[in-house]
Design a protein around this ligand. Structure first.
Ligand code: I6G
Length: 674
């Protein structure tokens, strides 16, 4: 028995240590198989010697039967809530009030940390042993979620080292994005309802009546504060409190920092806001706390919020509004795109009144009707999107959204190929919308960059039937342009000059400007690199075009068919006669550079050059520039404020490099990950 007791104690210590390394320190020490082997051994010993079984054994994490409801738990000290700051001025005012109360002229130290979008919990330890966990509830009384919280392997069942008689620790239980996405993918595969966001998923997981269900959900926790504390001296600062938590084995957020004064708070906020998309979990702001706990005590609390802390919220990135109407826009290739017209609403710091709905399948998937209340989301600088409707709020006069049978611009029939999401106007160049879009694309910054030839001017030129194709632009006279609305001689002369400048270009830009279906900048560059000259591409067969790296049969057919249409050939010929020219290239086989074979994606803001400059330089060395991140991407170069592409790269395990890495690539070297 003594031998068994000693082995049980040793196994529990080992398993607690491995949980700590894996779940708290993110630094696993042994393979999962070894952990499982030790757990099986412990279970067998506890079954053979039931007297050795204790509540804090790691075998008991998922213990207890499902309950019918949650019991009420009175918190030892109230769980407070935080006052919110929405603007920098609110933080300045908070700091002023704090210093006034303390009679402090000089800047104060604050402890700043991310505010996670999860669920607040209070966990009670007695003599270092886990005894109870509760939700915030009304602040005085919460719900008993002891059995559920115990299933989180990041929660130590025993604190390491000397611990107080009684201790309440407060923290946030949350679901990391990766786990949330896995959970939703599994729910989708099983045909179950999806969770709206990680916070809802975490709340749902914690409020399960059966702890075995909670145990299967990927929850994590960060601790940030203390409630009742009896038996040992409390640390002098907020930062030291967190260091003490970490020493006990309680998980604390490594992003926490001590900053100086209100300026320090605001720079912390700015820096975290810029990196927000790269964090593994959802946050909705930053919490600043006066670092000195003696000062915290002196400041006290007002109603249910401490005077020594404030939550500085990021601008809301989700909001509710009404879907007023859906209009269909006709794009360059004739695709009809439904656009939501919304009652204007502030989301993520900007007023949103329109959002693209992409296609009819998406309208169906999001269950949208005109008149619906809808959720709008805006993540960082990404374009706003309609997340879904709230069908429970659907008014009785809500209308279904129908795909029009005729193009709203030219009246030609709208067609929809089986298996394709997009619906198209069949009018081709008859359709003024398609002509206008093709011209807008031709003149756009990433194509021929014709300054002054904007949307309004193109609209007038097409509506007055002065131009129909890009080639017509180069036959316009000063008088014709100067006679248009909002144009004088000076602006007309500027447009003519810009048109003249646009003739000196590069083959990739020229190909991109033609607006061939599915040929973006990257494909245009690959085509130019492969064929070297326009003539070589014009005389290539579909099979020869298919030899271009990363050009598949659909794009090859689009390119070949476009160049075979006599009207398109005529436009190209007229452009060349008008004086278009570019440096002739050499076919790729002879021009392979040191980065040949590499696909690179650029994202974020680069400090040393624009993304366009970096892209051109990398292409010149033989690299292919990708527009989106996939498993085939070799490197993602991430500048400041990189967002979803960086996140995607991390998810796929694609190597991410910073500007030092970019410099190495530009020297023709392959950099290590940053
Ligand atoms: O709800 C909270 C989230 C994060 C908090 C909090 C926190 O600190 C990082 N701190 C306190 C003091 C309170 N609520 C009351």
């Amino acid at each position: 028995m003594n031998e068994a007791a000693a082995r049980v104690a040793a196994l529990r210590a080992l398993l607690a240590r491995y949980d700590q390394r894996y779940y708290v320190l993110d630094d696993p020490e042994v393979p999962d198989s070894e952990y499982d082997r030790l757990m099986r051994e412990l279970r067998a010993l506890e079954t053979a010697h039931p007297a050795l079984l204790t509540a804090d054994s790691p075998t008991q994490r998922v213990g207890g039967a499902a309950s019918a409801s949650f019991a009420a738990v009175a918190h030892g000290l109230p769980m407070l809530s935080l006052e919110n700051a929405f603007a920098n001025a609110d933080v300045v005012e908070f700091d002023r009030r704090v210093r006034e109360r303390l009679g402090a002229d000089a800047a104060l130290e604050y402890c700043a940390e991310p505010k996670l979008d999860g669920l607040a919990v209070s966990v009670r330890y007695e003599r270092g042993r886990y005894v109870q966990a509760a939700t915030r509830g009304d602040g005085a009384t919460g719900e008993d979620v002891t059995a559920n919280v115990r299933t989180l392997r990041a929660i130590p069942l025993r604190l390491q080292g000397p611990a107080p008689e009684r201790l309440e620790v407060r923290g946030e239980v949350y679901m990391p994005f990766a786990g949330f996405e896995r959970l939703n993918a599994a729910a989708a595969a099983a045909g179950d309802k999806l969770f709206v966001n990680p916070r809802n998923a975490a709340a749902g997981a914690l409020r399960q009546l059966d702890p075995a269900v909670t145990a299967r959900r990927p929850l994590a926790v960060y601790f940030y504060g203390a409630g009742a504390w009896q038996g040992t001296a409390e640390p002098a600062t907020q930062k030291q409190l967190l260091e003490q938590f970490a020493a006990w084995g309680l998980r604390t957020n490594p992003e926490t920092a001590v900053v100086n004064g209100v300026d320090g708070c605001l720079s912390y906020y700015r820096a975290l806001a810029a990196r927000r998309d790269t964090l593994a979990y959802q946050i909705d702001g930053v919490v600043y706390k006066v670092n000195s706990r003696a000062h915290q005590e002196a400041l006290g609390q007002v109603s249910r919020a401490p005077r020594w802390a404030i939550a500085h919220k990021f601008p809301a990135d989700e909001a509710l509004t009404t879907l007023r109407e859906v209009e269909f826009q006709v794009g360059r290739t004739g695709v009809l795109t439904p656009v939501a017209r919304l009652v204007p609403v502030m989301v993520g710091g900007a007023s949103v009144s329109n959002a693209t709905l992409h296609n009819m399948d998406e309208i169906e998937r999001k269950d949208l009707c005109i008149g619906d209340t809808v959720i709008i989301r805006r993540a960082g600088d990404v374009i706003p999107e309609v997340v879904r409707s709230l069908p429970e709020r659907r008014p009785t006069n809500a209308r279904r959204i129908e795909l029009p049978a005729a193009c709203p611009v030219c009246g030609s029939p709208v067609t929809r190929t089986a298996g394709e999401a997009a619906a198209r106007c069949s009018g081709g160049f008859v359709c003024a919308a398609q002509r206008k879009e093709a011209l807008r694309h031709f003149a756009s910054r990433r194509a021929l960059d014709i300054e002054g030839l904007g949307e309004k001017l193109i609209d007038q030129l097409v509506d007055r039937e002065m131009i129909a194709t890009p080639a017509d632009l180069y036959a316009l006279s000063l008088e014709q342009l100067a006679g248009l609305e909002r144009m004088g001689e000076k602006s007309a002369a500027n447009v003519l000059e810009a048109l003249e400048r646009s003739k000196r270009t590069s083959l990739p830009r020229f190909l991109h400007a033609l607006g061939i279906r599915d040929v973006g900048e990257a494909t245009a560059a690959s085509l130019a690199a492969h064929f070297g000259t326009l003539d070589a591409l014009r005389s290539a067969s579909t099979e020869q075009i298919l030899e271009v790296p990363e050009v598949g049969p659909v794009i090859a057919a689009h390119v070949h068919d476009f160049l075979a249409v006599p009207a398109n050939r005529a436009v190209i010929d007229r452009l060349i006669v008008a004086g278009f020219s570019w440096p002739e290239g050499v076919p790729a086989a002879r021009a392979a550079g040191p980065l040949a074979g590499l696909t690179i994606v650029l994202t974020g803001t680069l400090g040393s050059m624009t993304r366009e400059q970096a892209g051109e330089a990398l292409r010149a060395l033989g690299a292919k520039l990708g527009g989106s991140v996939s498993k085939k991407t070799h490197f993602v170069v991430a500048g400041a404020e990189a967002g979803s592409k960086l996140k995607r790269a991390r998810e796929l395990g694609v190597t991410v490099v910073d500007e030092t890495g970019l410099a190495a690539l530009l020297r023709g070297e392959r950099p290590p990950a940053s």
